[in-house]
Design a protein around this ligand. Structure first.
Ligand SMILES: Nc1ncnc2c1ncn2[C@@H]1O[C@H](COP(=O)(O)OP(=O)(O)OP(=O)(O)O)[C@@H](O)[C@H]1O
Ligand SMILES: [Mg+2]
Length: 650
């Protein structure tokens, strides 16, 4: 170790850097270019400088940024750096009080000292320290996306962005070594097209030449102007900056989870003006943050389904919050709803959950198989006519021109017969043993001798067979037995493929019966189950929409309601998928505590989802009509915060 007086420091610096072969590391709060030029070479160079306030960047020569960039070096900004040292090739270092400035190394005035260190072990230690500081600094050339200029409140800030960044980009705003805010850029406003820009242009052209005037502007407390000036200063050209709104989604401290504490804090302190923010690109940037739940603890059952918009970060939802608190998947046709669910189930790793998919168009089984899902079983329900109440039989009669008013004794007999044997319940429904044709034939025996009704029933049988197919009157027992065996099935995913069923009411009846059984079984064993209802507006319609009844006649509606309200007690969840959020029962929709929303354009539908967008998410709400397929918004209990997402199509 060699102690250096002030006048010796600079010559020694030149001396040790002259022979540098591999790298030079510099920590110096302030730096002047002419000093730096004496010691830098075209090798790996890393420099940490201070960026606590504008004055810091004012002391440091603006030209050093370009100079270091041009030789391929890196500049790190740190608000707290005060240490001054230079390391060369891990062999020699000078540590002391002097900045790489005139006052530090050349002029009289500052009295400085330093030591020259050649001990490799000590230098190794210093180098490690350098890297630690670096990790908590902002890499000016790659990470820095912008700066907070104005915090409106703890949830909303405004910032300047320095490069082209699209709206709906996620950013990280460091608070200290571990903690940070996660922010979302909402709207971006290009300043060059606004009134403000003329002000900046004016600033950069006339006033920047005059340091005294510049200083007086900087001593003004108005942060908006001040920050703009910094970047104009750095770039030294007509400002090419945009103003953006940033929504603060949450404040996180990832270290806390190790201490078994919540890593989430409600943001109550707004980010400090002047805080830099960086783009979030890799998962390490936010350390598994997307796998935490609302409360800030690890998700019980995270399932990957896509990416956070505009990033390479996997987005997750907590299945535990879905089978207890349900989910809605909404969006116009072709917007990505089914694909979203396929992505969820492709990544389902939990064998203790059974998913029952009511697949209306046969879209799930093959594609999930192709995606490598093994533990999956399909039940292809044959085309059938499946009335489950006497009222529905009356409707069938009516639609074929046979009105039954239950006025005559004969009609009363026939209908009471159906009332006795057709019940909206699989365990008592006569279809266990008898076909619909059996029942209709039996009914003919109850008609009066030579009654026209007898002939009409025979005709009805013929017409139904002609319209729907010979087997549709005869396969009820087969379907019932299939449903029973599906309920005993141990597969992870069970797909009820309804694509062959032509009659919508029969589909709804079968789905309702299955849901009823699932409710019953779940009540007993509380095993984890999830029901997926495609075209849920048919299964759980809002009153007055469409031709499907919303009342007690619709078993699937009753069951969807029941599962949505009571299912959580025994781990039975529902995922309702619909193109028409306005047409789905408002009551059911309000129970679906995670919402995935893709493109929507109809006014009523937009209105139906508007409650899911709090004020700070208004910009996303207004984007809904313009979303491309596969891009959507997910919010609610199943995700850490409302987020803009993308899923892979195809
Ligand atoms: N196998 C595939 N190959 C290519 N593109 C596909 C494939 N499957 C779906 N897509 C496209 O992905 C987009 C989303 O389709 P998806 O079936 O998920 O929509 P959806 O919201 O479920 O629509 P719907 O309400 O009609 O069921 C559509 O634009 C569709 O054309
Ligand atoms: Mg679909």
């Amino acid at each position: 170790m060699h102690i250096l007086k002030k006048e010796e420091i600079f010559p020694y610096l030149i001396e040790i850097t002259k022979n540098a072969k591999n790298y030079i590391l510099i920590s110096s709060p302030w730096i002047k270019l002419d000093i730096l030029k004496n010691i830098l070479k075209d090798i790996k160079v890393e420099v940490i400088i201070r960026s606590s306030q504008l004055e810091d960047l004012f002391i440091t020569d603006k030209d050093i940024f370009r100079y270091i960039k041009n030789i391929g070096g890196k500049v790190y900004l740190n608000p707290d750096i005060h240490a001054k040292f230079v390391i060369v090739d891990g062999k020699e270092a000078i540590i002391g009080s002097a900045n790489l400035t005139h006052a530090g190394l050349l002029e009289e005035g500052n009295i400085e000292t330093a030591v020259l260190v050649k001990n490799k072990k000590e230098i190794e230690k210093l180098e490690k320290y350098f890297n630690e500081i670096k990790e908590n600094s902002v890499n000016l050339f790659s990470d820095l996306a912008g700066i907070i200029v104005n915090s409106i409140n703890s949830r909303n800030s405004e910032g300047f962005i320095l490069e082209k960044i699209p709206e709906q980009t996620y950013v990280k705003i460091p608070i200290d070594k571990d903690a940070f805010y996660l922010g979302r850029i909402g709207t971006v406003k290009d300043l060059s097209s606004s009134f403000l820009s003329s002000f900046y242009t004016f600033l950069s052209k006339s006033l920047f030449a005059d340091k005294e005037k510049l200083k007086s502007i900087f001593s003004e407390k108005d942060e908006l102007w001040r920050k703009a000036a910094i970047f104009s200063y750095i770039n030294e050209k007509v400002p090419d900056i945009s103003l953006c709104s940033i929504e603060i989604l949450a404040e996180f401290n990832p270290e806390k989870i190790r201490e078994k504490e919540s890593i989430l804090k409600t943001p109550v302190i707004p980010p400090t003006s002047g805080s830099p923010f960086t783009l979030i690109k890799k998962e390490e940037d936010i350390k598994d943050l997307l796998k935490i739940n609302h409360a800030g603890y690890w998700m019980g059952k995270p399932v990957k389904f896509g990416k956070l918009f505009n990033t390479d970060l996997n987005a997750y939802l907590d299945l535990e919050k879905i089978y207890t608190m349900h989910m809605a998947v909404l969006g116009i046709t072709g917007s990505g709803k089914t694909t979203f669910l396929r992505r969820v189930f492709e990544n389902l790793e939990y064998k203790d959950i059974t998913v029952y998919i009511f697949d209306l168009y046969g879209e799930y089984f093959e594609s999930l198989k192709n995606a490598g899902v093994k533990d999956i079983k399909r039940y292809e329900i044959k085309n059938t006519i499946f009335p489950i109440t006497a009222e529905q039989i009356k409707d069938i009669f009516k639609s074929y021109g046979i009105p039954i008013q239950e006025r005559s004794l004969e009609e009363k007999r026939v209908i009471s017969f159906f009332r006795l044997f057709l019940k909206p319940d699989l365990s008592v429904l006569e279809y266990k043993e008898k076909t619909l044709e059996d029942l209709l034939l039996k009914a003919t025996e109850l008609t009066d001798i030579e009654s026209p009704l007898k002939g009409e029933i025979y005709e009805l049988i013929d017409m139904l067979k002609a319209d729907f197919g010979e087997n549709t009157l005869n396969n009820q027992p087969e379907i019932v037995s299939e449903i029973f065996s599906s309920l005993k099935e141990n597969s992870n995913i069970i797909v009820y493929d309804f694509k062959d069923i032509e009659d919508p009411k029969s589909r709804i009846n079968i789905a309702g019966l299955i849901m009823k059984e699932l409710f019953r079984i779940s009540k007993k064993d509380s095993k984890k189950r999830l029901v997926v209802l495609e075209e849920a507006q048919n299964f759980a319609p809002e009153k007055g929409f469409g031709e499907i009844e919303a009342g007690s006649e619709n078993l699937s509606y009753i069951m969807a309601r029941k599962i949505a309200t009571e299912g959580r007690k025994f781990n039975l969840g529902i995922i309702a998928v619909t193109q028409r959020p306005a047409n789905i029962s408002k009551y059911v929709l309000s129970q679906l505590n995670t919402q995935v929303i893709f493109k929507l354009s109809n006014k009523n539908d937009l209105e139906a989802v508007s409650p899911f967008f709090e004020v700070s998410k208004e910009d996303i709400f207004y984007l809904l009509p313009f979303l491309k397929p596969g891009t959507g918004y997910i919010t609610g209990l199943g995700v850490p915060f409302g987020m803009f997402i993308e899923i892979k199509l195809g």
